[in-house]
Ligand binder design. Structure first.
Ligand code: NAP
Length: 411
């Protein structure tokens, strides 16, 4: 029966992989969940092991002396301020970890390594990309584009797998909807805290803080549980070996479809004129001079039609989160409802402002995974509701009592 190691075991994506493996103890007899902190009580087949992946390989090998497995799921991540630093730290963590397995002579027992990366693969953080994004799209040249830590991680993985004759899989999730305590990118927690504070402020409105253009464009989201199911499937599926796969829910969504539902959950309404109002807290940030689509512009017949993209926030979420009346409303709400007080400070406002503020589509194809035999699918709004329910159970959010009952036809 297979055994597994999961790094990043407390993260938004790694935690779900641990739980998914833990749901099948007959199949996955021992699962080593690795991280520096331990945040959850695990099922009996899960063993938590402390590891600091920034340590050198020798030190890590000592920490891992009782840890070996057939499969590795690598979902650890450390955020740094520049892409150079992200590439250094996240590449080094993977490299040293694999080196430690080599030192302990456990590398050759491995069957497959599953590396979790993301849609930054396509440069979604740099501007407009081709629609849909498919796994065979070219990697962006560095320079002129900044270093991409996923490229370095994949090169490390490919070389290590070839050396030890083991198989690999890479996943490209996007805009993850999931639950984690204190992570770097958490969309569901921040938009729902934004909504709960608006409810507390008492205006009755829930204005969309992101881009008016993006409100009507499309995004592809990844439910963390669906991603975990994919990883566990891909670990043993014969057709998945030595391949990278997009992993998104399988629907495409727009905020014009999701936002009124979120508002209804908090018994608020989307202001009819939300993008026509004065916007004193708006911000506009230009992205890369030439968006990623420009590298393919010639072949696509789009030369001269790929202008610089922007992150346009109607309400800049970082500025909003620092307003005294906003902070006071959260304090009041958290006190009254017995919520985790520091959830507001830990919410990822800059990341969420970025995700909602982009002014281009993010449409991600699941055709390659489907051709390899993957049949998973999850409705995005339902996945968001599941995560919001979990955040309520964990006392990060107040209990929301509203329900979306359908579209109003009023003009
Ligand atoms: N979140 C998203 O929306 C999203 C979207 C697309 C792609 N991704 C990608 O998915 C991957 C995983 O990201 P995530 O969002 O799941 O990360 P996350 O929620 O921030 O979790 C990071 C994990 O890494 C562990 N970790 C960090 N530093 C460590 C260290 N020095 N030693 C050992 N463990 C360490 C953390 O555990 P401890 O702190 O307890 O050690 C935690 O379990 C990244 O490549 C990310 O870019 C994320």
């Amino acid at each position: 029966m297979p055994t597994a190691i999961v790094t990043g075991a407390t993260g938004i994506l790694g935690r779900e992989i641990v739980y998914e493996l833990g749901r099948h103890p007959q199949e996955w007899t021992t699962v080593h969940a690795l991280s520096r902190s331990k945040k959850d009580a695990y099922p009996s087949s899960i063993v938590h092991n402390y590891i600091d992946l920034t340590a050198d390989a020798q030190k890590m090998a000592k920490e891992l002396k009782d840890v070996s497995a057939d499969y590795v799921f690598f979902a650890a991540y450390l955020q740094r301020d520049s892409e150079e630093d992200n590439t250094k730290v996240n590449g080094d963590m993977l490299e040293s970890f694999l080196k430690a397995l080599e030192i302990n002579n456990t590398a050759s027992n491995l069957k497959r390594i599953i590396l979790v990366t993301g849609a930054k693969q396509y440069g979604v953080h740099l501007g407009r990309v081709k629609s849909p994004m498919v796994e065979s799209d070219p990697w962006l040249p560095e320079p002129p584009y900044p270093p991409n830590f996923y490229y370095r991680q994949q090169r490390i993985l490919h070389a290590f797998s070839a050396k030890h004759d083991i198989e690999w899989v890479v996943t490209y999730p996007n805009d993850v909807i999931g639950f984690a305590k204190g992570n770097f990118m958490n969309l569901a927690a921040s938009i729902s805290i934004y909504a709960a504070v608006h409810r507390e402020l008492g205006t009755g409105d829930l204005p969309f803080p992101g881009s008016a253009t993006f409100y009507e464009k499309f995004d592809s989201f990844t439910y963390s549980r669906l991603h975990a199911e994919f990883c566990v499937w891909a670990a043993t599926a014969p057709g998945a070996a030595n391949q990278a796969f997009n992993v998104v829910n399988g629907d495409v969504e727009s905020w014009s479809n999701l936002w009124p539902r979120l508002a209804a959950r908090y018994r608020l309404r989307v202001p009819a004129d939300q993008f026509a109002r004065p916007a004193p807290d708006a911000s506009d940030m230009p992205l890369a001079d030439n968006p990623p689509i420009s590298v393919m512009a010639k072949g696509l017949g789009l030369q001269g039609r790929t202008p610089q993209s922007h992150v346009e926030q109607t309400i800049d979420l970082t500025k909003w989160s620092q307003k005294p009346e906003v902070k006071a409303a959260w304090e009041r709400l958290a006190e009254r409802e017995g919520l985790e007080k520091d959830a507001f400070g830990k919410a990822t406002w800059m990341f969420t402002g970025f995700v909602l503020g982009r002014n281009y589509d993010l449409i991600i194809s699941m055709s390659k995974a489907r051709a390899a035999g993957w049949t998973g699918y999850h409705d995005t709004w339902e996945s968001l509701e599941k995560v919001l329910d979990e955040l309520e159970r964990e006392k990060i959010l107040p209990k929301a009592t509203g329900k979306f009952v359908g579209w109003s036809m009023q003009n």
